[in-house]
Design a binder for this molecule. Structure first.
Ligand code: ADP
Length: 334
């Protein structure tokens, strides 16, 4: 549906977006994930028509968008802080674009009711934004963005202004709402949890370029390089002999480097496994988090089941959970 081909955006000498090509099918949610300053907001703005391209093309259903102004693209934008009109009630915020389009009042009232129900805010019609929680405000912003049935919704870190608990709850809801409405969405974020919670597909961006893209679980399982792995939330990368030791314990063939999630190594009383000495143990609600030192490998993160009595100085055997590691391809020149 949306297609980017070699899209570049420059600010003077800075190349903020560097020959990015991406495809997004109708009804899908694509997250562009990258660190601050990698160019993702610029990319989103370019798709919205708010930033001129210095190269490449953007098209929707094979129609080139060059020369199509923002308001004629049929896209909706939603930012971090929702940006509601503070003096308008929830219903009026949601109805804003519909009023601009002179939607008949019966139709408008019905659509507002439908949208508030979709975002779980039925009955909030007369509230002012100032009386709502952050999560509720983001829901109103979403309802407002969806009001005119945009063919594409552009989301710029829609959850990052919220606290952790709220973020997790709203992420699940947001995903459901987008799917229920059949909306095609392009999301940019620096937060891998936000990307994983919301998207079907992922594009990892670095220094203006897309370094990897694909289905979420595919990118997750096979990061293209060390930096990408760490950015996706892998805790540590081990190389050389150490990598071979870990892979051997996992029953996998040797490789030059392997990325490990914090819970890839499990101390659950197994008789065999990587021998290591516990350096520190910290209890969390789900498990005991360990930092261990293994001979010939070095310092590693590991976990133990809740209730296990492991203390610094103990010897443990670590089982490798193969679903929580990624073998990294050889990087040219590395
Ligand atoms: P991100 O959203 O990933 O944090 P941005 O797209 O905002 O990154 O910025 C990418 C690069 O372009 C950065 O180096 C930033 O400083 C630069 N940049 C962004 N907006 C402008 C602008 N209006 N003028 C000049 N440089 C900009």
């Amino acid at each position: 549906m949306l297609s980017l081909r070699g899209v570049s955006v420059r600010y003077g000498d800075t190349v903020a977006v560097d020959e990015v090509s991406l495809d997004l099918a109708a009804g899908q949610v694509l997250a562009v994930l990258g660190p601050s300053g990698c160019g993702k907001s610029t990319l989103l703005r370019a798709v919205a028509g708010l930033e001129p391209l210095s190269g490449g093309s953007i098209s929707v259903d094979d129609a080139d968008l060059a020369g199509v102004p923002t308001h004629k693209r049929g896209f909706a934008l939603m930012f971090q802080d929702g940006q509601l009109f503070a003096h308008l009630t929830v219903a009026r915020n949601v109805a804003y674009a519909l009023r601009l389009r002179r939607t008949p009042s019966a139709r408008l009232a019905a659509r507002v009711r439908e949208l508030l129900e979709l975002v779980g805010l039925s009955g909030y019609d007369d509230r002012l934004p100032g009386t709502l929680s952050g999560g509720e405000r983001q829901r109103v912003a979403l309802a407002r963005a969806l009001a005119v049935e945009p063919r594409l919704i552009l989301l710029d870190e829609p959850l990052s202004a919220l606290d952790a608990t709220l973020r997790e709850r709203l992420a699940a809801d947001l995903r459901e709402i987008l799917h229920a409405a059949g909306t095609t969405a392009l999301l940019v974020t620096h937060d891998h949890d936000e990307a994983f919670a919301l998207a079907d597909r992922l594009a990892v961006m670095r220094d203006g370029r897309v370094v990897q893209s694909g289905e979420i679980d595919e990118v997750w399982r096979e990061p293209v390089d060390e930096e990408t792995a760490l950015f996706l939330g892998y805790a540590r990368v081990v190389r050389g002999e150490a990598a071979s030791e870990v892979l051997d314990a996992a029953g996998l063939p040797a490789a030059p480097a392997v990325a490990l999630r914090r819970s890839a190594l499990v101390a659950d009383g197994a008789a065999r496994g990587i021998r290591a000495r516990v350096e520190s143990a910290r209890v969390t609600p789900e498990q005991v988090r360990l930092v261990v030192h293994a001979d010939g490998i070095g310092r590693l993160d590991a976990v133990a089941p809740l209730g296990s009595r492991v203390s610094p100085g103990d010897e443990v055997a670590l089982r490798v959970d193969v679903t929580r590691l990624a073998v990294l391809p050889i990087t040219p020149g590395a």
